[in-house]
Write a protein that binds this ligand. Sequence first.
Ligand SMILES: Nc1ncnc2c1ncn2[C@@H]1O[C@H](COP(=O)(O)OP(=O)(O)OP(=O)(O)O)[C@@H](O)[C@H]1O
Ligand SMILES: [Mg+2]
Length: 345
Amino acid sequence: MPSSVMPTTTPGAGPQAPAAVSAAGLRKSYGDKTVLDGIDLRIPAGSVFALLGPNGAGKTTTVQILSTLISADGGQAQVAGHDLATAPQAVRGAIGVTGQFSAVDGLITGEENMLLMADLHLIPRREGKQIAAELLERFGLTEAAKKPASTYSGGMKRRLDIAMTLVGSPRVIFLDEPTTGLDPRSRHNMWQIIRELVTGGVTVFLTTQYLEEADELADRIAVLNDGRIAAEGTAEELKRLVPGGHVRLRFTDPGAYRDAAGALPGSTADDDSLTLQIPSDGSQRDLRSVLDRLDAAGVEADELTVHTPDLDDVFFALTGGAGVPAQSAQSAQSAPSDATKETVR
Ligand SMILES: Nc1ncnc2c1ncn2[C@@H]1O[C@H](COP(=O)(O)OP(=O)(O)OP(=O)(O)O)[C@@H](O)[C@H]1O
Ligand SMILES: [Mg+2]
């Protein structure tokens, strides 16, 4: 795995670090629909936590509860050292929230939106202007700063939205799908900004539909399904929970394809694409055994691909109703796997 895709690990993110967010038994229902059915969380200060889950799983609901926008029906939580139920104002003073849907006011300019946030934080005008200018610059919005926000593209509005969240220098930031709708460059810029925030000691709680984003950024990831945390752990720990590693061989010659299928009895064959799929842990020994058997049969594949489980596999296994039983990834026993997909010709 290239180092660029290693999960972020910061000195403050160890298990001994004080919790920036902790929750026990959070419950929330709307009518007779149970959305959260007992959620436990512990997010060390100075780390990135990603909450994944299918549409309607309750990610936004969790963010809304932890950021005091709505109250839970049961359970308890502390954010930035303050109790949600007894000290919501103190929680509000310590956090920043970027909701799933924009808080940007389209009728005023980007700069005015920023200054409004500074006013809300009771920051003196001159200092507010300076902070606004710095953040607009950091998010590539200086040129557009004097234009009404309604004229911004979706990605620009999203960036302004997050810039506004940072005005009060919050210690804990909730980002509900921060990069939805951003182009790849803007998304990478956003990741960079999030990393810088974390380096500065900020704790980031994000929800995302992009598994690559969780893989890239998060120290720990939780998958929400059916109102509960189906699994929680580092990206690597979660990947170890799912089977699905395999070697795929592709042929162009139907004769070679048939011979290979005969030499590899455990494989799954696809006659249309002339491919064979062999369950494998992706280890060198396993690969060598496949290659030895092909050699013995005198056939050569046109393409060989090693696939080890990625977060997509984890997501499908945990949220599809079947597959891996709910458990903490920390208890997974299997060997570590390299999460990259690699092609060897
Ligand atoms: N104010 C509300 N009144 C009634 N039901 C609600 C309300 N807010 C959310 N829900 C329901 O709660 C469930 C969870 O919604 P939530 O917005 O938390 O999901 P989500 O995981 O953020 O989904 P998405 O990926 O689509 O953003 C959904 O079934 C939703 O319809
Ligand atoms: Mg949502």
